[in-house]
Write a protein that binds this ligand. Structure first.
Ligand code: HAM
Length: 424
């Protein structure tokens, strides 16, 4: 038997049910913020991510699924959505003299070491806003996150961390100062940080190794390098968050793993999932549109990791009444093959009423068919025999109480629709 590729997740019906519930709550919140949906391709030219996410990032350096197209072009499965989103809006002329608030959802691919909450194919829902330079949008995006957690009953389980990286110059000046401080101490750093000192020094701030963290205690601090404009932007953002009573922690070591960020960065983190606790992350990337060939356009966004959000939801809401556990509302049984076309017709009619209908397959007597009805968790069975068909009636069996009644077709369909309303 061929096995799944490592790190690619199979989502089975129970998990898919929770997935649908959680994703639809997230989408509903996005809709209330009037974000418009875009669909991004899975494959892009590798260069888009090299230029957008950054050559020296872990993602581009060692985590992309890259392949040569038949004509020799280098393509990569998207490791994230922001660079694609910029390309799409730019390519279709949607960034000129206009603002955009868009969202997207779908799988992303990174060749990371799989563990709980970290997969090689994972699912993000992202929101990106273009054309607003102020902290108002940063605040709105954070408010949106808070709203999503509240709608899912998870608000007690996520903490918000924020930071500002300053403008591009501040970031560069800090990077240089950090390299100057750490270079003489290089031999004392953990192996990963030694490598990062050459490639992506800001990521050393995230290092897990205690010896590296100890060295960082006397390192230059990012807030000392942040320009005045960025500091004011950040102060106003904090004011807006205070006004909305959204709690946060300022973490000067929060730098994010992608190169495009400037000014505000933020992460929503949970303690309930172990090491992979960042459920949602984002920030401002005012230079990215220009870096990818467009006009200077301020932008900010976030992406939430649905796989992690689902793990958290499962940990917190083991049995959430908000989503149906059964596969069908109604199970249609029929006495013999000659009645199959009546069964098909009745199923179609009930589905037009938005009911979830399973039509029995594979023959057998009513007893066997009712067993199947029970097994799929349906609340009702319809028993179609010659009598019912000839008299234009339906025999309906309530599978919870065992009660049975015979109604004419119209009334029976109406009764089922009313009884199962809201289950889908
Ligand atoms: P990111 O921090 O790389 O940012 O990913 C965002 C979220 O995706 C993470 O917080 C996490 O929940 C989830 N995630 C990332 N990698 C994995 C993985 N291997 N397995 C499971 N979940 C994962 C970005 O991707 C940016 N594009 C976010 C953004 C949008 N910034 C501005 N706009």
């Amino acid at each position: 038997m061929v096995q799944a590729v490592r790190g690619m997740r199979d989502v089975l019906p129970d998990a898919a049910r929770r997935w649908r519930h959680v994703e639809s709550v997230v989408q509903q919140v996005l809709r209330t913020f009037a974000y418009e949906e875009v669909h991004l391709p899975l494959l892009e030219f590798t260069e888009l991510f090299a230029r957008g996410v950054g050559e020296a990032t872990d993602i581009v350096e060692k985590e992309m699924y890259t392949l040569a197209d038949r004509d020799g072009d280098s393509l990569s499965l998207r490791p994230e959505g922001t660079a694609s989103c910029v390309r799409v809006l730019q390519e279709h002329g949607l960034l000129y003299n206009q603002t955009q608030r868009v969202c997207y959802a779908g799988p992303m691919f990174r060749y990371e070491k799989p563990q709980k909450g970290r997969y090689r194919q994972f699912y993000q829902i992202g929101a990106e806003v273009f054309g607003f330079a102020g902290p108002d949008v940063d605040a709105e995006l954070i408010q949106m996150g808070a709203q999503i957690w509240r709608a899912l009953g998870l608000e007690q389980h996520l903490r918000l961390e924020i930071n500002t990286l300053g403008d591009g110059n501040a970031r560069k000046a800090y990077r240089d100062a950090l390299v100057a401080y750490l270079t003489p101490l290089q031999a004392e750093l953990d192996a990963d940080s030694q490598r990062r000192l050459q490639t992506n020094p800001l990521r050393i701030l995230d290092a897990k190794a205690a010896q590296t963290q100890a060295l960082l205690k006397s390192a230059p601090q990012l807030p000392d390098f942040v320009d005045e404009h960025s500091a004011a932007h950040f102060a106003r953002l904090r004011e807006l968050l205070d006004g909305m009573q959204i709690n946060y922690v300022c973490n000067p070591k929060l730098v994010r793993g992608l190169d495009y960020y400037t000014h505000t960065v933020f992460e929503w983190i949970t303690e309930d999932l172990g090491a992979q606790g960042t459920v949602c992350a984002g920030g401002r990337y005012d230079g990215l549109v220009e870096r990818l060939g467009g006009r200077p356009t301020p932008a900010v966004g976030f992406a939430l990791g649905l796989d992690r959000l689902l793990l958290l939801h499962e940990a917190v809401c083991a049995d959430n009444p908000g989503f149906a556990e059964n596969a069908a509302d109604v199970y249609i049984c029929y006495a013999n093959d000659a009645l199959l076309s009546h069964g098909l017709e009745l199923a179609a009619r009930l589905r037009r009423e938005k009911l979830r209908v399973r039509l029995h397959m594979g023959g057998g007597n009513f007893k066997k068919q009712l067993k199947r009805a029970d097994a799929c968790g349906a609340g009702w069975a319809v028993l179609l025999g010659e009598d019912e068909v000839n008299s234009g009636t339906l025999s309906l069996k309530n599978l919870t109480s065992g009660e049975q009644q015979q109604l004419d077709v119209e009334a029976g369909c109406g009764m089922l629709a009313a009884a199962c309303a809201g289950s889908t």
